[in-house]
Design a protein around this ligand. Structure first.
Ligand code: NAG
Ligand code: CA
Length: 512
């Protein structure tokens, strides 16, 4: 086709055209690869630091899941369960005579069994394990997780370095092709000139990207890897030191005082006046068992049925576990006696049996992370037997913590408060739902959501067997189900504060 002035329209041949668009495509591909690597690096790095607590959470409903579970419109709360009457007879305790202020020097000598006490006894309550052993189990579990995630990361890293290799290769191939084409183009330089310039631009662009970005991405990846490596090293060091500690079997070698009784009050009256582990036997038909006796608080004689202090024992347990008891009663504090209490639940069977010997009182003590202490005392405390689902009955509140068990959470009003009362409730665990929350969804159970076994209603104002949160304050997004599953006493610290210490002690009630 002739044009005026004898110009010949320059035409780019079709195969050249497709090469041109190929170059454009390649440019896009390189950009994409760079972007995704950068994103991958960033997100993976964050995940490694964040832990694995994000799975399957419903943030929509979790925001207002507190101790209570509000009723849907139109639904009514079932009638309140009436707590059974406490035992009236039995016990036969009169008030102790007040002690002479100066305790004479003739302290009753304690005789110790000759061969190391607690190693020989039945171990229904678990061995008297130093809490480091449980820590070790947790650490081993964690290290498995970390190792898995490192194993996951390795192939990703390899494939990434492969792909960056192939981009390098691609770039050099492109360079070669560019050279070839330059030679080719000499024949028809005018025609090709425009295209060459563009190709050159593409080439420089890609070359720049490859030279600048890929090395920096690799650097980031190296840092990530270094970081992981040092984390693993630290973890391995901790584990090996724990393993060292636990190489010998978990037994403590403290002696158990020979003085025994139905419960700690009787032991006190027989002269056992130091706070430590004793053997008690509430009923002659059952074997004696170990328990920690508090012989100092409010005149002593307290049988400790529950204790939290460091999170060393998992309280998210089954019905049978709560029935028979779990945890560590006490350990050797260094003086050869088991005077340091551990974390434990005495067991619903035993609690029921002791509280049915006669009128019983309970003392619930707690401490926050600033060492402030409050307590709630109930002059009546009874737990029914298993056939009656260990139903709880409390009465006669005195104290500073707030009457959560009988009145519900003081911050709530009306039915919302009523549904958090524990008095009269049955005991529930995650595998046995006896709570006051009637819901078609089998996952909507208080014990499943709130972390422990307890006399849940719909659901709680107090949650002494909840999950232990180090430091006190926690939030719904830290909780497994978005609920206030901590070691909670709402009437003192509301829902989102988990106590540093919590304990429940019982003693025969003796009126003057
Ligand atoms: C109960 O709690 C829900 C939300 O938590 C609230 O909407 C409702 O008004 C409360 N009812 C009463 C009687 O306070
Ligand atoms: Ca239920």
């Amino acid at each position: 086709m002739s044009l005026p002035g004898g110009f010949i329209k320059r035409r780019v041949p079709p195969e050249r055209l497709s090469q041109l668009s190929m170059a454009k495509l390649l440019r896009v591909v390189v950009l994409l690869v760079l972007c995704t690597t950068a994103v991958w690096c960033a997100s993976d790095y964050d995940e490694e630091d964040g832990g694995d607590e994000t799975g399957g959470k419903n943030t929509e409903t979790s925001v207002d899941a507190r101790g209570h579970r509000p009723l849907p419109a139109g639904q009514k709360l079932p009638p309140t369960r009436r707590p059974p009457a406490p035992p009236v007879s039995g016990g036969g305790y009169r008030a102790r005579p007040t002690k002479a202020p100066a305790r004479g020097g003739k302290k009753e000598p304690l005789v110790f069994p000759d061969s190391g006490g607690c190693k020989h006894l039945q171990d229904e309550l678990g061995v008297l394990c130093p809490t480091g052993c449980e820590l070790r189990t947790n650490l081993l579990k964690q290290s498995r997780n970390v190792k898995n995630s490192v194993a996951n990361i390795r192939p990703k890293l390899e494939s990434l370095s492969h792909s960056s290799n192939s981009i390098f290769k691609y770039a050099s191939l492109l360079g070669e092709k560019f050279k070839e084409r330059q030679e080719l183009n000499k024949e028809n330089e005018n025609l090709i000139n425009e295209y060459s310039i563009e190709l050159e631009e593409q080439y420089t662009y890609i070359k720049e990207n490859v030279d600048n970005n890929i090395p920096s991405n690799i650097r980031i990846l190296r840092q990530v890897l270094e970081n992981l490596r040092s984390k693993i090293q630290k973890l391995e060091a901790t584990i090996s030191s724990q393993v060292e500690n636990c190489r010998s079997p978990c037994v403590t070698s403290c002696n158990i005082p020979v003085v025994s009784g139905k419960e700690c009050e009787e032991i006190y009256r027989k002269g056992g006046e130091t706070s430590e582990m004793y053997l008690i036997q509430p009923d002659a038909f059952f074997r004696p068992y170990k328990v920690y006796c508090d012989m100092t608080t409010q005149d002593g004689g307290w049988t400790v049925i529950q204790n939290r202090q460091d999170g060393s024992v998992n309280f998210g347990r089954t019905w049978d576990s709560y029935k028979n008891g779990f945890g560590n009663v006490a350990s050797n504090g260094g003086k050869g006696v088991c005077d340091t209490p551990g974390e434990y639940w005495l067991g619903n069977e035993r609690i029921s049996q002791i509280t049915n010997l006669g009128p019983t009182e309970a003392l619930i003590e707690m401490e926050d992370w600033d060492n402030n202490k409050v307590s709630a005392k109930y002059t009546g405390f009874t737990v029914q037997n298993e056939a009656n689902k260990y139903q709880l009955s409390v009465s006669g509140y005195q104290g500073t913590a707030g009457n959560a068990l009988m009145e519900g959470a003081s911050e709530l009003r009306g039915e919302n408060r009523t549904m958090t009362i524990h008095n009269g409730m049955f005991f529930s665990t995650y595998d046995r739902d006896n709570d006051g929350w009637l819901h078609a969804d089998p996952n909507k159970q208080c014990a499943k959501e709130d972390g422990g076994g307890w006399w849940y209603n719909r659901c709680h104002s107090a949650n002494p067997n909840g999950r232990y949160y180090w430091g006190g304050y926690y939030t719904y997004d830290m909780a497994k189900h978005g609920t206030d599953d901590g070691v909670v006493w709402m009437n003192w610290k509301k829902s989102w504060y988990s106590m540093k210490k919590m304990s429940i002690k019982i003693r025969p009630f003796f009126s003057n």
